[in-house]
Design a protein around this ligand. Structure first.
Ligand code: ADP
Ligand code: GLC
Length: 479
């Protein structure tokens, strides 16, 4: 099959979260299964600086497109796959993040930026004069690509459209004036089309007009049929339930494996866990924590936003100050959380280390050096860090929601006896429930033999991309 994979971020070129990891690994897995995949992303300034000269540059003729748009084709790229870059000086060539200025404020022209991105992709797929093999499938991801299935539906071509929701909370909602500025077809201002509670939504466009809607875990696919997880879209998703499928993300074990990880100092697997202890000492050393093999060390790497339960983490850090426990935190996001965490680290520098920012290498060293990994999300479509944590023998503490529920097995008498336990799971979306589970995990940490057994079970889990890529292929091929 010939597949066009459209995304607003892809590792290692541009990453704000898990979407970038998926956009790197899934196309690669599809290619390894014998298919041809081309990835399309916007030509952000920081991306262009990482690429050389394109093999071909196309100027697309389409009355709806900005004059300065160029589509650059790289037959090979750092992804190891062909890449198309939608370049526009006015839309993408600027400092700051892909969706926001540096200060967390969304770009005011986001609707225009991503509508043009979608129009270019559709022009590429439909313009007969551009020479490329016909595509069988266009796989779109998140609201930034939501207009593609809608715009493509106007052309009646035999191209299958798959739309993956990585996070339903981000819906690309804009008002009537924007709808008109974008010159979208007037009949689309309708509740069966793009209109959404008096505004319109890019995400809704993707849901309504694609052949298949997928999301990134089976449990999340079920949760979003009801409020509050559905974020106002329960009715819509129930209506389209027949074409809604949950496919669990995989992990890229070429990037995330403690046996080969080039970011960590001491490589290990489940047979030589004493090497993991050395990574722990290294992590304590580089973050200024007290060197201690015996103090349980809890890591966290995350966007610091409400979704991730960071307020519960702040409360748990405060509550565990009397305990012999250490925390190491890496992330950025909501200023209030950043400030609260910084203040805690300043007050207790030997037991709490906080790095505000984005740091790929430190993320790997936290996975390798921590004993436990905190991920108490209010909701979690899939989550990748708990999957990485399992591989690193760093037992995750998670809430039973979305992909966390699908990947972590709680430690209890039954799972210990069956040898299936891999982490610590709590139910209630409350600070107290998280704290109680942290205390339960610390208690278990003292039982060294049992702990090592759980680590070994965790490290033996496999969430391979090959398996998930097969599930996507089945959808691509189904009539
Ligand atoms: P989400 O996509 O909701 O942010 P995921 O768990 O799916 O959550 O993926 C997050 C990805 O982003 C992981 O690969 C994680 O390591 C990475 N990440 C998040 N914050 C940071 C950070 N501050 N520094 C480095 N990596 C980060
Ligand atoms: C989103 C979700 C996260 C998921 C990731 C990749 O950012 O919040 O749960 O793992 O996308 O699908």
């Amino acid at each position: 099959m010939n597949i066009l994979f459209v995304t607003s971020e892809v590792f290692p070129l541009i990453k704000t979260g898990g979407l970038a990891d998926v956009s790197y690994s899934l196309p690669k897995a599809l290619e390894q299964l014998g298919h041809r995949v081309t990835v399309v992303i916007p030509g952000y300034r920081s991306v262009k600086s990482k690429l050389g000269v394109p093999d071909t540059r196309y100027v697309l003729q389409d009355g709806f497109l900005r004059q300065d748009i160029v589509l650059s084709e790289f037959r090979s790229s750092p992804l190891g796959l062909p890449l198309l870059l939608v370049e526009s000086e006015s839309l993408f060539d600027r400092d700051g993040g892909p969706y926001e200025r540096g200060n967390g404020e969304a770009w005011a022209d986001n609707a225009d930026r991503f509508a043009q991105f979608c129009r270019v992709v559709v022009a590429w797929l439909t313009n007969q004069e551009l020479e490329h093999e016909a595509y069988d499938v266009v796989h779109c991801n998140d609201w930034q690509t939501g207009l593609i299935p809608a715009l493509l539906s106007l052309h009646h071509l035999p191209i299958k459209t798959v739309f993956t929701i990585h996070n339903l909370a981000y819906q690309g909602v804009f008002d009537r004036a924007v709808f008109q500025q974008l010159q979208l077809p007037e009949p689309w201002w309708h509740m069966d089309a793009l209109e959404f509670y008096g505004n319109f939504s890019f995400l809704k466009a993707g849901i309504v007009y694609s052949d298949w809607v997928t999301t990134v875990s089976p449990t999340y696919a079920d949760e979003i049929l009801r409020e509050p997880a559905a974020c106002g879209m329960a009715g819509l998703l129930q209506h389209h339930q027949r074409k809604l499928v949950g496919i669990l993300n995989g992990a890229d074990y070429q990037v995330w494996d403690p046996k080969t990880d080039h970011h960590i100092l001491f490589h290990y697997d489940s047979q030589n866990l004493e090497q993991k202890q050395k990574n722990k000492l290294d992590l304590q050393h580089i973050t200024g924590l007290r060197l201690s093999k015996s103090a349980p060390l809890i890591g966290l790497v995350s966007r610091l936003v409400e979704q991730k339960g960071i307020d519960w983490v702040v409360a748990a850090i405060e509550a565990t100050q009397g305990e012999k426990v250490q925390w190491v935190i890496l992330g950025n996001g909501t200023p209030l959380y950043e400030q609260q965490l910084r203040a805690l680290a300043q007050a207790h520098p030997k037991t709490i280390a906080v790095t505000i920012g984005y740091d790929e290498e430190l993320a790997h060293r936290i996975e390798a050096g921590s004993d436990l990994f905190a991920m108490p999300s209010r909701y979690e479509p899939c989550g990748l860090n708990q999957i990485y944590s399992l591989r690193y023998g760093t037992l995750p503490i998670v809430r039973r929601t979305g992909g966390l529920a699908d990947t972590v097995v709680d430690v209890d008498d039954a799972s210990l006896e069956q040898g299936t336990a891999t982490g610590f799971v709590f139910e209630e979306p409350e600070a107290q429930a998280f704290l109680a589970t942290v205390m339960r995990a610390i208690g278990m940490y003292r039982k060294r033999k049992t702990w090592e057994r759980i680590q070994q079970t965790a490290m033996a889990q496999r969430f391979d991309w090959e398996h998930s890529a097969q599930s996507y292929l089945e959808l691509y091929e189904q009539e």
